[in-house]
Design a protein around this ligand. Sequence first.
Ligand code: BT5
Length: 315
Amino acid sequence: MNETRQRVLDALADGPVSGPTLADELDISRSAVWKHVEALRDEGFEIRSDDAGYVLDSVPEFGASAVEYGLNAPFSVEYHDSIPSTNARARDLAADGASDTVVLADEQTGGRGRLDREWHSPSGGIWLSVLFRPDVPMAHAPVFTLAAAVAVTRAAREAGVEAGIKWPNDVLVRHGDEERKLVGILTEMEGESDRVSWVVVGIGVNANVDPADLPDDANPTSLSAERDEPVDRRLFAQRLLEEFDALRQDPANVVEAWREYATTLGKQVRVETPNGTIEGEAVDVEFPGALVIETESGREVVSAGDCEHLRPITE
Ligand code: BT5
């Protein structure tokens, strides 16, 4: 959002304020104040004019200004009702030199998973990509995938949904023996080996969508299906971004936070890696995100792959 518009909004949030006072405080003309107020109204903010001045009555359900409003993290948000892929858009913004930018959409028409798989993204979801430029070597970048999983799990639990994390990038909800996929995360990056240039962490949350509209074979679920009522997408996106912002600044502690929500540790797993299949007990995760598997022929450390949970050892 435009910086002056943000300041107009911040002033409105503090209570009724008159046009002339706003113009004075922000050092802009009265007609500029009026234009910003009109633009906010266009975005769905209900702003009343009465004797005391402008009064903010309500904030829109979703959108750039809605998510930026009251957000306690230094991201600017770009919103699209519909876009092919927020990750693709964030990559373009990265090429233009942007940073600390979130691309957010209500619907994606070409959402992507890992290995060029499709990510179904009907209207009602929270499809977002965070673009930032951490000062870390390339080899550490996987930690941001784990950070995103922790952030979204915390936001889901606050919204009353008991989510857990399957290594490395799935956020799931357990139903008896079954685990249903609530969120997918796709991290992309560019840089030299000693330093990352940019990272795009794409997070797809099935928020207010009907799981029947998602591919069956994926065993999907959504926040609204788990809660039996819609979630406030604005607040959810804010909590997710705030948690992610705190975690990205503290990569050394991400793994410990991740362990707290991990459903993979202690399970028998089968991991399809680029170099073959590994089966055994998942015993730990190591910085920046590798899975340690105890196999019949010894310990293996796997940094990427598709993980399947087999029967739990305790049963
Ligand atoms: C992922 O891939 O789980 C990463 C998904 C990342 C999506 C976000 S949305 C915002 C940003 N913009 C993008 O274009 N992408 C990111 P993977 O682990 O490969 O899982 C993909 C598989 O999940 C598919 O092959 C389907 O089986 C299944 N799937 C597709 N859509 C789903 C959905 N909405 N919910 C649950 N499962 C789904």
